[in-house]
Design a binder for this molecule. Structure first.
Ligand code: NAP
Length: 505
């Protein structure tokens, strides 16, 4: 009897003291030796040093991506080979699920259940695009005369993908997976506060067989690396997720080279509870809608509108449950709310709450920096509910990006829609009602890219995610994202037997 000897491949630990740039398939230190530290927001402790990309490194990454796109094999692979490789990325992530979750928690301070859900979604995004690309195709168009016209979808080229700190791995997956599926090359710029899992994802892409230069990951400063990518002539597209002011700035600068641009920006999403709603489901869903991920979600339902007839009962139950939310060790299964990303964000949140108090609002619960036993040096904020507010207040109009919700009364459907749409943003929205006709009526009139009806969840692989108004444009996570990473080429051919002589000469 023979036995098969398994070769044990040693995989580098995900948790390390030092993280490299990934350029052209190589793990590199930065050209000028610069590094930066990344911190655990729950404890305030340093986790690791990270190589900080310089302009020179950024140029190198652009040239690697350019070379891979213009002369490399990735875009030429048969689609089923690209699909298999993308599935392999997902398989490696699945096999190392717990390590990815651990690293994401350390780098972001988010709770275990949030990190697990997001890492799983990142994996499913790759699986989704591995399947979706197989059915992505051009069209045959009917044209008059003896002409044939068909369209081809061609990869747009080299894509700069700039991501925020709130969902580091998931945002990287939302961007890398569709770009890879169509055959683009990418340069990923993770947020400086949370670079680790995007770097690991870059390594996993290489391990899965994505050729060198196709996926480059260069942590570094937004104003230096980000600017350089946005302005560079040899970058064809910028896909950005982040704040609205930076999004506007990117759009302006990208216009100089007419880059393709997609922007996933901020929000101030409304959450409407009608009189006929299942009250307990609405309370629980609204709680999740704002406090999930410590309120650091672009589509956090941070403006709560409740019908006047149920307002008192809703508020009583909502505040009661808010007080029961547990802040604590992010690795603990019982923790609902993780840390805020850093001291700066903690100050921003507290500043908004103080401004509300100055404007005459009432704090129903929370309202201050939280003290969490064993995590005294971390960044924590109490889940906060603010009432007695109006649409002139900053706390109602601006994105806070923390565990803070404002709550207001409305009298009828028309007023609820008016209040919901009275914002410069248009990303998420939610409504709670047992009346199906009302749900459809209101959903049709809300100016937002996403409407959640009796539902606390905003996105699954396959559902379009993106904004109206100043929440940006373009949709991620869905089939049509593939179109945003492709150009449509129209091919017209003549099949008549007599030569054409349009000038008649
Ligand atoms: P941010 O400050 O706008 O930063 C986002 C990314 O842009 C980071 O990688 C940042 O790099 C980089 N950056 C900064 N300045 C830049 C510049 N001049 N040129 C190019 N890149 C630049 O946003 P954030 O604070 O990380 O994230 C929170 C924001 O993201 C919120 O507004 C939230 O609503 C939004 N968001 C939107 C969605 C969506 O799908 N709509 C999803 C998640 C988050 P550094 O880290 O080095 O500064």
């Amino acid at each position: 009897m023979s036995t098969v000897q398994e070769t044990k491949v040693e995989k580098p630990e995900m948790k390390r003291k030092f993280y490299h740039l990934i350029i052209n398939g190589e793990k590199l230190e930065s050209s000028n030796g610069t590094t930066f530290k990344t911190y655990n927001p729950a404890t305030g402790e340093v986790i690791a040093e990270v190589a900080k990309a310089s302009k020179e490194d950024t140029e190198k990454a652009i040239q690697a991506a350019r070379q891979a796109f213009d002369y490399g094999k990735w875009k030429k692979y048969p689609v089923n080979k690209r699909s298999r490789t993308i599935n392999k990325i997902a398989a490696i992530m699945r096999a190392r699920f717990n390590e990815l979750v651990e690293l994401e928690i350390l780098d972001t301070g988010k709770s275990l259940h949030a990190a697990q859900g997001q890492v799983m979604q990142a994996i499913e995004d790759f699986e989704f695009y591995a399947s979706a690309i197989v059915g992505h195709r051009g069209a045959v168009n009917s044209v008059p005369g003896q002409f044939q016209n068909y369209t081809e979808k061609e990869p747009v080229g080299v894509c700069a993908q700039i991501i925020p700190w709130n969902y580091p791995l998931m945002m990287a997956a939302w961007k890398i997976a569709p770009a890879l599926a169509v055959g683009c090359s990418v340069i990923v710029k993770p947020a400086s506060l949370t670079p680790l899992t995007a770097i690991i994802l870059g390594e996993i892409c290489l391990e899965a067989g994505v050729p060198e230069g196709v996926v480059n990951v260069i942590p570094g400063s937004g104003s230096e690396v980000g600017n350089y990518l946005v302005e560079h002539k040899q970058v064809d597209k910028v896909a950005f997720t982040g704040s609205t002011p930076i999004g506007k700035n990117i759009m302006e600068r990208a216009s100089q080279t007419l880059k393709r641009v997609t922007l996933e920006l901020g929000g101030k999403s409304p959450n409407i509870v009608f009189e006929d709603a299942d009250l307990d489901a609405a309370v629980d869903g609204s709680l999740f809608g704002i406090f999930y991920n410590t309120g650091q979600s672009c589509e956090a339902r941070s403006r709560l509108y409740v019908h006047e007839n149920i307002y008192d009962e809703f508020v009583r139950k909502f505040v009661e449950k808010t007080k029961k939310l547990t802040l604590g060790d992010p690795f603990d299964k019982g923790t609902h709310i993780g840390a805020v990303i850093d001291q700066n964000q903690l100050d921003v949140i507290d500043g908004y709450v103080k401004s509300a108090v100055q404007d005459g609002a009432d704090i129903l619960t929370g309202g201050k920096v939280a003290q969490v036993k064993g995590f005294e040096n971390g960044f924590w904020y109490e889940p906060t509910v603010i009432a007695n507010v109006n649409h002139q207040m900053k706390v109602v109009n601006e994105e806070i990006f923390g565990p803070v919700v404002v709550i207001m009364k409305f009298t009828d459907e028309k007023e609820a829609i008016k209040l919901a749409n009275d914002t410069e943003f248009g990303l998420g929205s939610a409504l709670w009602t047992k009346d199906g006709a009302r749900a459809t009526r209101v959903a049709n009139q809300i100016q937002a890219g996403i409407v959640m009806v009796n539902c606390p969840f905003s996105a699954f692989p396959g559902t379009p995610f993106g904004g109206y108004k100043q929440s940006g444009f373009g949709r991620e996570l869905c089939i049509e994202t593939l179109d945003l990473y492709t150009e449509t080429k129209s091919i017209i051919s003549y099949y008549g037997s007599r030569p054409l002589n349009p000038f008649g000469l």
